[in-house]
Every structure is written in structure tokens, then in C-alpha cells.
Design a protein around this ligand. Structure first.
Ligand SMILES: [Zn+2]
Length: 387
């Protein structure tokens, strides 16, 4: 979620409403087949790497979390070591998820403590219980700076995911139904409802940094476009990728423009970020935040590129016929009826696609006398047929 990111809040974003692509599975394999961890239980997907699954209170009904066996110098006994766990992502803060973690404590942790809490990005399903886990285990939070600061802002109510700025942003992109916008305006407290607190300090993750966790060395891979500075983790020796929300097997990652950064180009950033995972060996086991662990990262990246390329092409064609706003193109991108909540995500995604085309010169953008931005085909970019 987020400010822009907050907006993200939207995270739900990750939510399927905004990401209605078909679920292309050809070329992907699921080595764990239909196995899913029960609530409060874990499946070991590689030595020392455990898969947890927690519920979510929105359409995307679950999140995958990871527990990595860890070993760190003992904080008070010089020369001694402490065995325990690093938790990767946390789930939202609600009673059910707290209860699930208490069950994990009893049934999965083997009596060992959580030594650190690593969060891939600030969206509520990943960040929600970080404050509680860090406090409970006296464990530090590890996170990138942009994600940490965006979480702090969102938690302080400064992310303008709802309220007047968001209403004005949507209205400028053609969404003008007063009753819908009244709902958007009232939508404050979305983030804090699931992330009531953020730990007061953190350890910074940076692109390219290596993090030693137990016997494994994980490399941070920064990703943009979904959230401010998402960190995926790649472990070369074991061919494991904790992909967070940047690479998902059956839904496309939510990529949205938000009111805080209305001229942003997150879709270009997202596509560029996929380049950083393009080199991964195809035997890499991808551990995504939603869906099942899979192999075939390069295939999946190609599918995502094609998915967005088709959308972009459709938009260019449509805007060649007539000038269109983001709201006008929703039926083109989303083939089913959307409620107000889903429309907020859909609008962000539509603007993301249109902004990419506008900022790359493939479409022109003009603001009408009614204050609405409309996009049209740029004649200078028109290519001859057959090109
Ligand atoms: Zn996310």
C-alpha cells in the first residue's frame, strides 16, 4: 500500500480486483502440487525454509509468510551463538492473525525465538504485525528505507489514500459520480486499521546487499512500481527467490498511480524491475506472497511482459479512435463490473498504463475544460502498418 504507496494501501492492491489477468500457468511448475500449510502450521520447502499461510480480510484471501532458520551472535554472551528464526513478512494486525502466530509459536518454532523480522514492503498484509512480532521477541525490523518511511507516513495518516486529494485525482481522470467519490473521500484509516503501529527503529536493507540468515546468503533485489522500494531475496546456492509481490504465479502484481505522485510511471518501473530477476536460473524455486511456490521465473516474467504489452496496445488503439480518460478505459482493461472499492484500484492501474504511454510519447495527454485528462494518439508516434 502507499502513498503513493500508501496508496497502496491499496495493496490490496495486490488484490485481484485490480489485476484481473487470466492466470497463465503454462510453463510454470508447482513442485509442492496442491499442498498448502494449514493455519498455524508450516511446510518446509527447502532445508531451513518454512512456508506459512495467513488469512486476509479482503478479496485476496491469503498471504504467504516465510520462516528461515537463523543463527546470530548472542546479544549478551560474547562468543556464543543464538539459534532462532528470521520471519519474512507478518500478516495484517487482526485477532485471527495474532492467533495464528501464537499457534506457530507452539507448533513450528521448536522452542526457538524469532531473532529478526524482515519485511519485503510496507503493504498491510506484509507489515501489519511487524510491531507486535518485534515487541514480542525483542527482535529488530529489517526493511528498506523507502518502505519503512512510507509505512511511518501511512501509519500517521499522511498518505492521502482517501480524502480530498484522492477524490481530486480520480475526478481529474474522469471518475465523477458524486456518490462514489463520497465513499472514496470517507476512506481514511484504511492502512492504520491493519497496521496500527510501526516499530520505532529498523535495520536498512539495500539493493544488492547480502544478508546472511542461518546457513544461507540472501541477496536483496530491489523492485519498484508496486511499492516504494520492495525487497525480494535471492539465495543462489539453493536457487530460492522470496519474491514478495514482485513475481506472482497467477495474478499480475498491482501497479498503480496514486494521488501523491499523479505523474508517476510505476508500470515502467515495474517492467524495468523484472529485468533484475530475468537472469535467475529457471530451476529457481520462487516463493511468492500469494499463490503457490513455483518454478519458471523467466517464463512468468515473459507472460507478465506480454500481458502488459497487450493492454498497452489495446489502449493505444482505443485512444486512436477517440480521446479517452482513465475512467473511460476501465471497461477495456477490466472486463467485468467493478464496485467502488475495486474501481479505486482499477483507476490506479488504468492511469499507470496511460501514464506510461503518455510519458513515452505514444499518447498525448490534454486536460479538458471540464478538468478531465484525456489521452489521444500521438501522430508523431504513429507507426506505419507492418512495422
Ligand atoms: Zn504489496
Amino acid at each position: 500500500m502507499t502513498s503513493p504507496r500508501t496508496a497502496h494501501l491499496a495493496k490490496s492492491a495486490d488484490a485481484p480486483p485490480a489485476s484481473p489477468g487470466p492466470a497463465p500457468k503454462r510453463g510454470l511448475s508447482y513442485p509442492l502440487h496442491e499442498q498448502l500449510p494449514a493455519v498455524g502450521a508450516a511446510i518446509e520447502v527447502a532445508p531451513g525454509v518454512f512456508w506459512l499461510r495467513m488469512g486476509l480480510p479482503f478479496a485476496l484471501n491469503h498471504i504467504n509468510l516465510w520462516l528461515l532458520r537463523d543463527r546470530l551472535p548472542h546479544p549478551t554472551q560474547l562468543g556464543a551463538w543464538q539459534d532462532g528464526w528470521t520471519a519474512v513478512d507478518c500478516g495484517v494486525d487482526n485477532p485471527a492473525t495474532r492467533q495464528a502466530w501464537l499457534q506457530v509459536e507452539q507448533e513450528v518454532l521448536q522452542g526457538l525465538p524469532i531473532l529478526r523480522v524482515l519485511v519485503t514492503h510496507m503493504h498491510p498484509d506484509h507489515m501489519g504485525l511487524a510491531h507486535w512480532l518485534c515487541e514480542r521477541w525483542q527482535a529488530p525490523l529489517w526493511m528498506s528505507t523507502s518502505e519503512y518511511q512510507s509505512a511511518m507516513l501511512a501509519c500517521s495518516g499522511l498518505s492521502n489514500f482517501g480524502g480530498d486529494p484522492t477524490v481530486q485525482f480520480f475526478a481529474a481522470h474522469g471518475w465523477n459520480r458524486p456518490e462514489d467519490l463520497a465513499v472514496v473521500k470517507s476512506r481514511v484509516g484504511y492502512y492504520t486499521g491493519m497496521v496500527p503501529q510501526v516499530p520505532g527503529a529498523y535495520v536498512r536493507l539495500m539493493a544488492g546487499a547480502q544478508v546472511r540468515i542461518g546457513e544461507r546468503n540472501w541477496q536483496c533485489i530491489a523492485g519498484y512500481g508496486h511499492s516504494p522500494e520492495h525487497m525480494a531475496l535471492y539465495e543462489a546456492q539453493g536457487a530460492l527467490l522470496i519474491s514478495g509481490d514482485m513475481l506472482l504465479p497467477s495474478i499480475s502484481t498491482n501497479v498503480s498511480v496514486y494521488a501523491m505522485e499523479p505523474e508517476g510511471n510505476p508500470l515502467q518501473h515495474f517492467l524495468d524491475s523484472l529485468d533484475r530477476m530475468q537472469h535467475l536460473p529457471d530451476e529457481t524455486l520462487v516463493l511468492p506472497s500469494h499463490g503457490r511456490p513455483f518454478r519458471g521465473a523467466v517464463t512468468r516474467i515473459a507472460q507478465l511482459r506480454q500481458h502488459h504489452a497487450e493492454r498497452l496496445d489495446e489502449l493505444v488503439q482505443a485512444c486512436s479512435q477517440q480521446d479517452l480518460s482513465a475512467h473511460d478505459v476501465l471497461p477495456l482493461i477490466f472486463k467485468r463490473a467493478l464496485d467502488v472499492h475495486q474501481t479505486t484500484f482499477a483507476m490506479g492501474e488504468a492511469v499507470a498504463h496511460l501514464n506510461l504511454l503518455w510519458l513515452s510519447g505514444q499518447l498525448l495527454r490534454q486536460r479538458g475544460a471540464d478538468g478531465v485528462y484525456r489521452f489521444s494518439r500521438s501522430q508523431s508516434s504513429a507507426r506505419p502498418t507492418g512495422d
